[in-house]
Design a protein around this ligand. Structure first.
Ligand code: TMP
Length: 212
């Protein structure tokens, strides 16, 4: 049976890393074969594209170049890693996917949705995540947390207004796709965030057991 495709999303400093570890523990508790990966990245080539995308640089990166690099990495990642794993029956947990493109390039950069939707169709065909967990946090709080972590990458150097647009972009996606998206308030204490994650994962797991 084909595996399930779970993505985790959110603006900077929402706590993806800690919660991804938590989700991996949950997958293990269910004895599910799974693979944990990330975007941009996930293959040697796509990781090189990630470095190109995240490196702060003097040169202004034009929006179309940024968008195409995101999808170039995604095409490689899907072809080499995600599709083969799902076909073999493994679950795939991916740190960001195309919803990040709608949120960051579509909403944040103001590119809109139509070009992204065209590229999504070319690169992914009908493949979409089965479950998307969106960690939501007030932008200022997230940026404060992220700034305590490391030197800012090219995205983290953006202004608060950019991340307000990105956050709204994610909330719009959740409204448009309530069937697969669950928004979790990541400003709560970690224990409560993880309780909500467990509820979402268990509900998804039971429904996939029933339908499968
Ligand atoms: P992160 O993995 O540390 O969150 O960094 C990845 C950065 O790339 C993050 O700032 C969001 C950005 N990004 C996009 O702008 N578009 C995309 O499609 C993806 C996958 C990530």
């Amino acid at each position: 049976m084909r595996g399930k495709f779970i993505t985790i999303e959110g603006t900077e400093g929402v706590g993806k890393t800690t919660n991804i570890q938590f989700i991996q523990n949950w997958l293990e508790s269910k004895q599910l074969a799974y693979l944990c990966t990330r975007e941009p990245g996930g293959t040697p080539l796509a990781e090189q594209i990630r470095e190109l995308l995240l490196a702060p640089r003097e040169e202004l990166v034009c929006d179309t170049a940024e968008l195409l690099l995101m999808f170039a990495g995604r095409a490689q990642h899907l072809n080499q890693v995600i599709e083969p794993a799902l076909t073999e029956g493994a679950w795939v947990l991916c740190d960001r996917f195309t919803d990040a493109t709608y949120a960051y390039q579509g909403a944040g950069r103001g590119m809109g949705t139509s070009l992204i939707a065209e590229l999504e169709l070319i690169v992914q065909g009908s493949l979409r995540p089965d479950l998307t967990l969106i960690l939501d946090i007030p932008v200022e709080l997230g940026l404060k947390r992220a700034s305590e972590r490391s030197d800012p990458d090219r995205f983290e150097q953006e202004k608060t207004e950019f991340f307000d647009l990105v956050r709204n972009g994610y909330l719009d996606i959740a409204r448009k796709h309530p069937d697969r998206c669950v928004v979790i308030d990541a400003s709560q204490p970690l224990e409560l965030v993880q309780r909500e994650l467990t509820i979402a994962l268990e509900a998804f797991w039971y429904s996939s057991e029933e339908s499968g």
